[in-house]
Design a protein around this ligand. Structure first.
Ligand code: MSP
Length: 649
């Protein structure tokens, strides 16, 4: 049994104090002379100061990650692990220093999807918005935030729903109940975290407890939502921001949107939807025009953070600069909606009804309640580009009117076409996400949708590409890496256990003599550690595609490592080196699988189970903490078996 080692690794990071000292002495002596001589050359002064600064900040970032990983690799987990092996001593804290300062808990995070229209069943466009929100939420939870709330739901009022229900010979409520259930079911099919609880029948008590406060599902026909809409209306009314008038203009039922004459393109809405002329319908109006100045000021001051991607901000600004009319916010021509408080002949305009959904589950108008205090305002609201105007213009104006804080960010993603064509019922090319998941498994759908296009841009879906891309990334690359590495451990290492390996030297000196790692090992381990930093910045910018691409790069690197190190050959020539290589691979697969969890929770969970990584070790903090020494690997089973590629037509 190996003894515990205290480690200090000699690295550029540790040289920085020396460098600082080296430059400080001449600096003190020479600066006054030099400044005079070189006419206060400030660049030169900065050059001198750099090593000092780096000593205080812990090294400049391009040399720090490697060192950081090496140190962290020694800090194996101190908490108990039900899967770990009792005879292993490698799980004690090898690198023990003073207790780290306790960080303040991270602020709670509220992420939302739009609420989906129920006039048709869910398709991959809807699945896409929801998935993006789930990836973000899962990421924040794995990063150690215990309070991350994702909200989705269904938008069930409006003329379109009313006519669709009638055409099917159903009552409105009966109709919306059926479709809303499908959208709720989609959350579970997509494995949105917390959705196990939404199917009340199958969820165990443990699941329900675990998923508490992770997911909310709003329905606009529910009483809590209707009460919220009424409260919003009353608050706006009380501030004198709603008045009664007469509306004449163009209305697109498909978009549930009013358009100005100047916005029409060849007699259609800019979205291509048919418009109908509404002649002098009595309507209540919201004084949107009063918010023009404040909105423009918001875009100037904070637009780059509020609306993403940045390219979309211009279209929002241009719309507002073009002048804002007051918004017609009630209808009298149908009654499937929330009644206007105090005037039952009107129903609230479907978009006011819909936008209020974001306030429903946090308990508006009771802004003093815990949930509101905890989660408001949303950190990120994911919407499709088609509904950005509602979220970046009407929505902030409403919140300003209600004196509520604005969301930190509204992110507009692009649209999916199918084999180059717009998805539509009439063309018959609507892609059913349930079918897709049934055929290829949820992870392939998640991986493909998240990686195929830059998040924010448009994408084209084809089954052929889904199969090809996921075969490459998940079967050939990740699945293969897992399969061959774990098989070798299972078959060759004693008891099928990951070997104990000395990652570091055993003295407090700068000597590296007893570390068993080679430069090649460290390079790969560092790439895994860098994933943690890089993916954090991708998530902050909602660059979900980059998150997935970097994972692909590291897995590719790991496969190259297997070829270079050839553990199957080492088995005969250098058994100990084979053990080291397999342990390194184990830690790499563990780290990569943790980072993969937000994207492909199903397969990554199976792999972490095979490695014996306990639930409490599945977190970003644990990625760089080598902990597998002495643990027995479960008999490896294939993840992501290749699917036959679909032939060209
Ligand atoms: N009910 C409104 C939203 C109200 S939120 C206060 C609505 N519903 S929707 O069902 O039409 O669209 C919901 C989301 O699905 C939007 O973000 C939309 O962009 C997205 N998608 C619908 N079709 C899509 C594609 N073909 N591709 C990608 N996303 C698309 O609008």
């Amino acid at each position: 049994m190996k003894k515990s080692h205290t480690v200090v690794k000699c690295s550029p990071f540790h040289l920085t104090p020396l460098l600082a000292l080296w430059s400080f002495i001449p600096l003190c002596v020479c600066t006054p002379v030099w400044l005079h001589k070189f006419h206060c050359n400030i660049n030169l002064l900065m050059l001198m100061l750099l090593p000092i600064l780096s000593a205080f900040t812990g090294g400049v970032s391009f040399i720090r990650p490697a060192a950081a990983f090496r140190l962290r690799m020694t800090q194996t987990l101190s908490h108990s692990n039900s899967h770990s092996n009792s005879h292993s001593n490698s799980n004690s804290r090898l690198f023990s220093t003073s207790t780290p300062p306790t960080k303040p808990p991270p602020s709670p995070i509220f992420v939302t999807t739009p609420i989906y229209y129920v006039n048709g069943p869910p398709h991959i466009g809807h699945a896409y918005t929801t998935l993006a929100a789930d990836v973000l939420s899962r990421y924040h939870r794995l990063s150690g935030n215990p309070s991350v709330l994702l909200q989705s739901g269904t938008d069930e009022h409006g003329l379109k729903v009313s006519t669709t229900a009638a055409s099917l010979g159903l009552g409105e409520k009966e109709f919306v109940d059926g479709v809303s259930d499908k959208f709720r079911g989609l959350l579970a099919a997509l494995q949105v975290e917390g959705s196990a609880d939404s199917s009340q029948v199958t969820a165990t008590d443990k699941d329900k407890d675990k998923n508490k406060d992770k997911l909310e599902f709003v329905r606009t026909t529910d009483d809590d939502h209707k009460a919220c809409v009424s409260a919003v209306w009353k608050a706006l009314s009380a501030k004198g921001l709603i008045y009664k008038g007469v509306y004449s203009g163009w209305y697109a039922v498909r978009d549930e949107c009013f358009y100005n004459e100047g916005e029409l393109v060849d007699g259609l809405a800019p979205t291509g939807a048919e418009v109908v002329w509404t002649e002098k319908e009595e309507s209540y109006f919201f004084k949107l025009s009063e918010f023009e100045g404040r909105l423009l000021e918001l875009y100037e001051r904070n637009g780059g953070a509020f609306v993403r991607p940045a390219s979309r901000l211009n279209e929002v600004k241009a719309f507002v600069k073009g002048g804002l009319n007051d918004l017609s916010v009630s209808r009298t021509s149908f009654d499937w909606g929330v009644k206007v408080p105090g005037d039952e002949s009107h129903v609230v305009y479907v978009w006011i009804d819909a936008l209020a959904n974001y306030l429903t589950k946090v308990g508006y108008p009771n802004v003093e309640n815990d949930k509101f205090q905890k989660f408001w305002p949303p950190k990120c609201q994911i919407v499709g580009k088609d509904i950005l105007r509602f979220h970046a213009v009407y929505w902030p104006a409403l919140l300003m009117a209600l004196d509520l804080e604005l969301p930190e960010r509204v992110f507009a993603h692009g649209w999916w076409t199918v084999n180059g064509e717009k998805m539509s019922k009439s063309v018959g090319n609507v892609v059913d996400p349930f079918e897709l998941i049934g055929k290829f498994g949820v992870d392939r759908v998640r991986w493909f949708l998240m990686s195929e296009v830059g998040f924010g841009g448009d994408g084209d879906y084809s089954e052929k590409m889904l199969v090809r891309k996921t075969n490459t990334a998940l079967s050939n690359s990740y699945g293969n890496l897992v399969q061959r590495s774990l098989n070798m451990v299972y078959k060759n290492c004693e008891g099928g256990r990951f070997p104990e390996v000395v990652f570091y030297s055993d003295s407090d000196s700068d000597s590296d003599s007893s570390s068993e790692l080679t430069e090649n090992d460290v390079k790969l381990l560092d790439a895994v550690q860098n994933l943690v930093t890089d993916t954090h910045s991708f998530i902050e910018k909602q660059e979900l595609h980059k998150y997935v691409h970097e994972l692909e790069d590291v897995v590719r690197m790991a496969n190259v490592y297997v070829e270079e190190e050839a553990p199957f050959k080492l088995k005969k020539t250098d058994f100990r080196r084979m053990e080291v290589v397999l342990r390194v691979l184990g830690e790499v697969i563990r780290g990569v699988s943790i980072v993969m969890l937000p994207v492909v929770p199903d397969g990554a969970t199976k792999v972490l189970d095979m490695l014996g990584v306990g639930e409490e070790e599945r977190c970003f903090r644990c990625v760089g903490e080598a902990c597998l020494g002495g643990r027995a690997v479960q008999k490896p089973v294939g993840v992501y078996m290749r699917i036959d590629e679909i032939e060209e037509e």
